[in-house]
Write a protein that binds this ligand. Structure first.
Ligand code: ATP
Ligand code: MG
Length: 603
């Protein structure tokens, strides 16, 4: 069908929407692809829907190619399965909950692991039925704390989610590898540059996991890569721990008066005056010789607030996202948590913590920090704090620090956590060189879930020997609506959108400019012929609209080829313009269709 602009449900806008910060959001609204319905919730208009359907089609084809079959679940689901996996609690404020008229609890699904697991349990019972991969393209609902950037982080969004079911670990490896390949193909066909990076499994549980990040300045994820090919989300970067040190001859720790030294900087200066270190012992003290203890407040999924103390070298900063990604196993319950620096109130409730002078606690007697310590506060340390390392740290008294406090001898901790900011220039954990950092948007995420959901929901099959075995699962997501936004973000200029052919709402935008009847008749004829040649065509047939407005709209809408029928017609030519390069050519009318068809084929 030829989309006629005189008929098409479209209004382009001159002004950027007031709430839009990023280009994709501004342009998708201005060019008439989407409209905001509520914060983080969008309505799709005909042009937007056309792009969305093309993205979905590419995903469907690549899923079919690896043998995955499409199903479709409801978005409105009962609480029970999510209670069984404990995610009803774990999601905390992250999901939309509702009640039916009888008072029963429901939710709008944020993701569907539970339902897929139960469906397979319902129908399958033997290893012979496996492997199985099934998927859907479905709305997801998450009450994101900060919906932002239009479609990039919505509260209602579309995800392609697939799930694999295997009887053994080798099967899961194969299903995971197939999805990984399919994802690389999907993003290549979409024309979206992505880097697979190692990721943490987070609230999903499970072991191996990778994210597909699209590198862009506006991304919310920070990732690192090394010249030797290492790539990871910063949340998943591991620190190379230094070797342990024999402390049998280390001098005892001693407490010194260090008045007015509540910061690392003041402490280092004072230490170099009060207790200078000889060149033979390593020269002047630096921030790296101090052990900084940072108090954080965790809000558990239950709403309860718990303090935790993180010990790290003073030349490093805490990265809250890394702490959040890695602290799960140390907390009393699993699930989504809130994390922030402890406030004055928190400290008041724990008078043993002396602001600016907090240390693990010393010498004989009880330690201060740690679940077994006097404070009963969870104490976690950076991997650089290994047995035998010696530190300057707070003595838990105003104006006092302790020197030569030896890890493993004078203090202990409840656990080791990846918690410090990863810096450009840090060593890659696999020895493949120095890290550089970049930002990206998460376009897809693949997980080896393992047996977590199958165990929680009791999904077993009979194996070759007639024995019941728990099924092992993978889960794989692509952000479909997010892909539309990311494509818009990485394909625009100051005039508007510049769609890659693979997802453009049409192949060609025919514009009739001028008044003569012949112009409109020729444009109409070309539009119909292009359509007959198998192309998707937008035809600007609006009679009383100025050439400037028509060209402006064509550039804003961003179809790859613009064909203008106008003044040149008296010489028998039309102008054909490539939206991306801006190159324009006068082509004889009778050659115009072939010319555009060739341009469309050479994608
Ligand atoms: P993020 O870290 O960006 O919040 P996530 O890790 O919570 O994402 P997953 O649960 O892994 O997301 O979901 C799979 C995919 O769904 C993501 O890779 C992303 O492309 C997409 N997605 C997740 N949340 C949103 C959202 N709020 N809006 C749009 N797309 C989303
Ligand atoms: Mg993810």
């Amino acid at each position: 069908m030829v989309l006629r602009l005189s008929q098409l449900f479209l209004r382009t806008l001159r002004e950027d929407p007031a709430d839009a910060e990023v280009a994709s959001h501004k342009l998708l609204v201005r060019a008439g692809y989407i409209r905001r319905a509520a914060p983080g919730i969008y309505t799709w208009l005909p042009l937007g829907l056309s792009v969305l359907r093309k993205v979905e089609q590419i995903i469907r084809e690549e899923m079919t190619a690896i043998g995955a079959q499409e199903v479709h679940f409801p978005a409105l689901l009962p609480k029970d399965p999510y209670e069984a996996s404990n995610r009803w609690t774990e999601y905390g404020e992250g999901i939309f909950r509702l009640k039916d008229r009888k008072g029963a609890d429901y939710l709008l699904a944020p993701t569907h692991e539970e339902m897929f697991t139960l469906l397979v349990k319902d129908l399958y019972s033997s290893y012979k039925d496996l492997p199985l991969s099934i998927y859907q393209i479905q709305n997801k609902y998450r009450d994101e704390a900060r919906p932002r950037a239009g479609l990039l982080r919505g509260r209602e969004f579309i995800m392609k989610d697939s799930y694999s079911f295997d009887a053994d670990d080798a099967g899961l490896d194969a299903s995971y590898a197939a999805h990984r390949e399919a994802y690389l193909k999907i993003f290549a066909r979409l024309g979206l540059d992505v880097i697979p990076v190692a990721a943490t499994a987070g609230a999903m549980g499970g072991s191996k996991s990778e994210e597909f990040l699209h590198p862009t300045e506006i991304g919310e994820d920070t990732f690192v890569r090394s010249p030797g090919g290492y790539a990871a989300n910063v949340e998943a970067v591991t620190t190379i721990a230094p070797p342990e040190i024999d402390y049998s001859t280390a001098p005892p720790a001693r407490v010194l008066d260090t008045p007015n030294t509540p910061t690392i900087e003041t402490l280092v200066d004072a230490s170099n005056q009060l207790a200078p270190r000889s060149e033979a012992d390593g020269g002047p003290w630096t921030a790296a010789d101090t052990l900084k203890n940072v108090v954080l407040a965790v809000t558990l999924p239950t709403g309860e607030r718990q303090l935790v103390v993180i010990g790290l070298p003073g030349d490093r900063a805490v990265d809250l996202k890394r702490v959040e990604a890695n602290i799960g196993s140390f907390l009393p319950i699993a699930g989504e948590i809130g994390l922030e620096a402890a406030n004055e109130d928190d400290l008041k409730k724990n008078p043993l913590l002396v602001k600016g002078y907090i240390g693990p606690g010393v010498e004989a007697g009880k330690p201060l920090l740690g679940l077994e310590g006097a404070s009963k506060l969870l104490y976690l340390v950076d991997p650089r704090i290994v047995s035998g390392t010696s530190w300057i740290t707070g003595a838990n008294e105003d104006g006092k620090h302790v020197y030569g406090l030896v890890a493993g001898r004078d203090f202990t901790w409840d656990g080791v956590i990846e918690c410090t900011e990863v810096r450009a220039g840090d060593e890659a954990p696999d020895g493949s060189g120095l890290l550089e950092t970049a930002r990206g948007i998460e376009m897809g995420h693949i997980f080896q879930l393992g047996r977590k959901y199958a165990e929680a929901l009791d999904l077993k099959v009979l194996d070759q020997n007639g024995k019941q075995v728990v099924v092992t699962m993978g889960s794989y997501g692509v952000g479909v609506t997010r892909a539309v936004a990311a494509l818009a973000e990485s394909n625009h200029d100051d005039k508007g959108l510049v769609w890659p052919r693979s997802v453009a709402p049409a192949d060609v935008h025919v514009v009739a400019v001028g008044r003569g009847e012949e112009i409109f008749q020729t444009a109409e004829k070309l539009a119909i012929e292009l359509e007959a040649a198998g192309l998707d065509v937008i035809y600007d047939d609006r009679p009383k609209v100025s050439p400037g407005v028509k060209f402006g709209d064509a550039e804003l809408v961003g179809v790859p080829t613009i064909l203008a029928v106008g003044r040149g017609l008296v010489d028998g030519v039309v102008e054909i313009k490539d939206r991306r390069s801006g190159d324009a050519e006068n082509v004889p009318v009778e050659k115009a269709v072939d010319f555009v068809v060739n341009a469309a084929r050479s994608r």
